[in-house]
Design a protein around this ligand. Structure first.
Ligand SMILES: Nc1ncnc2c1ncn2[C@@H]1O[C@H](COP(=O)(O)OP(=O)(O)OP(=O)(O)O)[C@@H](O)[C@H]1O
Length: 519
């Protein structure tokens, strides 16, 4: 309890010192509490830009908050660009934890000491981040492996810090009415889920395995194999990959790698993941990408770290392809129509208004050669515009937009002349062609075909069942009708009897009155 209180106290102290209360987002009113704190802590120096102060505060609060900042930096749809750009600088490199703790974790998770499991285990980690660290090792058969071990005690730490974040988000919502538009509580909720996902290394191994399968036939991308017998939610063991980090361009040139090809390969890999598989690696920072210089796989990309992946369904792919294609033809009316037809924007949205808004935000982007246009920027502008028209932008599309920016940055670093549009266009057009016209129909038949082998043999039985049911229903209907007719006749008889009885009574009464008057 005291620990929690001290932690809360530290968070509040850091927040006040860095003036986080006055990081009023443009377009929002400054919270009232901020005016009070300005007076109470008049000596605090808030001359440093707000984004830098926010970054420093998160760094001071430790690895969980640093991760939080990294997640916020992916929400360019919610936060202003200065904050997003500054938070992208957050690095979660932290001092490694004691290798004895890593050994203990391996022993507890895999049921044996690393000396028994491996022929060799390097005690000094090769890399260490807030959630896990990586040690190199060799299996008994000599296979070189990388062992990723979860940092001990992370779950408890995360639970405590995230609980405090929930309290803080709640508090902010109470004291600052405008904050609801920033969806702070939802962002914390999403972060909570994201961190708990990251805590399960089995998920990461499964993501890697899926990506490896998707690119099994590819000459462009290598993905380490997972050794499932040595995997648990706290420890995973995978093939050790050898390559040059993609950011070390001098070494790549020295090794004779064709940078132009590498650059367009990167774009091709990304669009294949998006449009063919609907499953993409979403943590494409340069530290996670190597380039192989082994003779048998020379110049191929190597992907590492599969903690964050994005998945897209056909609906998302449709959104992307329709919008990109219309955008690059500068057909803003089509962009607006597509939004309304497909239900992304509310039905009552006026096409001309949405069209004008999209034109206003995108024309400036097109004021340069097509090859210099950023897809990531286009998408970001589209999200920002469509939010004004109550379009709920899906998180997987925001993740994609962020990854796209990374891929573009990386591609242009390798080849400043990279024409992203030229590389991407065939993928978009192929997807569109597969969705519409005869080709689309044939493709959909093909996709359904495996099910036909189950359905066809059942057809006679199903037809017989349907006909029998119809016949039974027919008999049932006839019986019901006969019953109704009988009921009706019975009711009619009762009514006639009643009418006869009442009529006779009235007639009798009239006759009696007439007779009485006469006599
Ligand atoms: N299979 C592998 N083969 C060779 N090196 C590896 C392998 N897996 C990880 N590494 C090394 O360990 C580093 C960290 O790995 P990884 O990115 O998976 O860990 P992380 O804890 O998720 O780090 P971060 O979150 O900062 O990206 C990599 O940059 C790479 O140098």
């Amino acid at each position: 309890m005291i620990r929690k209180f001290l932690r809360l106290f530290k968070i509040v102290r850091v927040a006040v010192r860095y003036g986080l209360d006055e990081i009023a987002i443009s377009g929002f009113d400054k919270p009232r509490i901020s005016k009070f704190l300005d007076v109470a802590f008049f000596w605090r120096d808030l001359s440093t830009p707000r984004a830098v102060r926010l970054r420093r505060a998160l760094e001071e609060l430790g690895p969980i908050f640093v991760k939080f900042g990294q997640v916020l930096s992916t929400r360019s749809d919610l936060f202003p660009l200065d904050i997003v750009a500054e938070l992208s600088k957050l690095q979660d490199r932290v001092p490694p934890f004691d290798s004895n703790l890593a050994i203990k974790m391996i022993e507890e998770s895999l049921g044996a000491h690393p000396d028994e499991l491996f022929a060799r285990f390097e005690r000094v980690p090769v890399a260490s981040a807030s959630i896990a660290q990586v040690h190199f090792a060799a299996l008994k058969d000599g296979t070189q492996v990388a062992v990723k071990v979860l940092r001990p005690g992370m779950k408890k730490l995360i639970d405590e810090d995230v609980a405090l974040m929930h309290i803080a988000a709640n508090f902010i919502n109470r004291v600052w009415a405008d904050s609801k538009r920033l969806k702070i509580q939802e962002v914390v909720q999403e972060f909570d889920k994201y961190l708990h996902d990251e805590l399960d290394l089995m998920r990461e191994a499964a993501n890697a395995s899926q990506l490896r399968r998707n690119f099994a036939e590819s000459k462009l991308l290598l993905v380490p194999e997972m050794y499932w017998d040595y995997c648990s939610s706290n420890v995973i063991v995978m093939e050790r990959m050898h390559g040059i980090p993609v950011s070390q361009i001098d070494r790549l040139i020295e090794a004779g790698v064709d940078l132009k090809k590498l650059s367009s390969d990167g774009v091709e890999i990304f669009f294949t993941q998006v449009f063919r598989d609907g499953f993409f690696h979403a943590d494409m920072h340069p530290g996670n990408i190597l380039v192989s210089i082994e003779p048998e796989s020379f110049g191929r990309y190597i992907a590492l770290d599969f903690g964050i992946v994005g998945t897209l369904n056909d609906y998302d792919k449709d959104y992307l392809s329709q919008n990109f294609l219309a955008f690059f033809r500068r057909d803003y009316k089509r962009v607006a129509e597509a939004h309304i037809e497909s239900g992304w924007a509310p039905k009552e949205t006026r096409v001309d208004e949405l069209e004008a808004a999209v034109r206003a935000c995108c024309e400036p982007i097109f004021d340069r050669p097509l090859k210099d246009i950023s897809f990531g920027q286009v998408l970001l502008r589209l999200f920002q515009t469509s939010r004004r028209f109550n379009v709920e932008v899906q998180p997987q599309l925001v993740l994609l937009q962020k990854t796209l920016l990374n891929i573009e940055g990386l591609g242009r670093q390798l080849d400043p002349d990279l024409d992203l549009w030229k590389t991407a266009k065939p993928y978009l057009e192929r997807w569109m062609a597969e969705q519409v016209g005869w080709r689309g129909l044939v493709e959909k038949f093909k996709a359904e075909a495996p099910r036909y082998s189950h359905i066809f043999p059942q057809l006679p039985r199903l037809a017989h069942q349907a006909l029998t049911l119809a016949a039974e229903r027919d008999v049932e209907t006839k019986q019901l009708l006969a019953h109704l007719v009988a009921e009706q006749r019975h009711t009619n008889r009762l009514l006639s009897f009643f009418a006869f009885f009442v009529g006779s009574f009235v007639l009798g009464a009239v006759a009696y009155v007439a007779y009485a008057r006469l006599h």
